[in-house]
Design a protein around this ligand. Sequence first.
Ligand code: ZN
Length: 252
Amino acid sequence: MENNQLDLLIELQDLDLQIRNLEAKKAQVPREIEAAGLGLQECLRGLESLKQQSEQIEKERRRRELDVEEVRATLGKIQQKSSEVKTNKEYAAMMAEVEFLKGKIFNFEEEVLALMEKAEEKRAQMLLKEEEAASRKREFASKKARLLQEAEELGKELADRRRDRDSLVLRVDEKLYQSYERVVSMRGGLGVAAVKDGICQGCHLRVRPQLVVEIKSRMAIINCSHCNRFLYWAEEPVTRRQEAMPGGGKGV
Ligand SMILES: [Zn+2]
């Protein structure tokens, strides 16, 4: 039984690594979706800010237009009263007031024009931003759909690997399995390690030569005396050949 059991543990570890890898990839998907939406979020914030700036400019323009109306009304009143002016001095004072108010109107009207130009500029910027937002929205939607599809495929693969694991576990000796699980949880997920050149590949410490002989012969299941991982002999020539093949020699 021992020989076969060690192979099962190696297979189990391979499945566990695949499962963990798939879980990590799947957990990454929501973050990737969020990251994919950042550009769009930024663009929408920019659009909102432009809208607010536009509204501000519009408000200022209306205020200036009211100012113009107000000063015009004052000017009208003064001009109506011009017939009541008796002296040159009064006339000069009135003319000075009229000039002053006309200057004010001129300045306000200049401001109105400048604000209208500014509003036009903002409108153009908003149009560009709206176009950008629309294309970013489309881009994000297709990226999100692709990522969700990917997550679904990862989920299916994960379910398959978990099923494989469940049926494999049924074939592993129960005590051995418990022991494997203990080592896995103690050793950061890696419960089985190869011995290469007399070194445990899990903890990189030397394995006693006598144990190496036993591991090689597969007479018993041996645990590393340093890290407690289950040890197997990595037959170098075979391993090298596997590594040379595409898809071969993948991580155990
Ligand atoms: Zn070790």
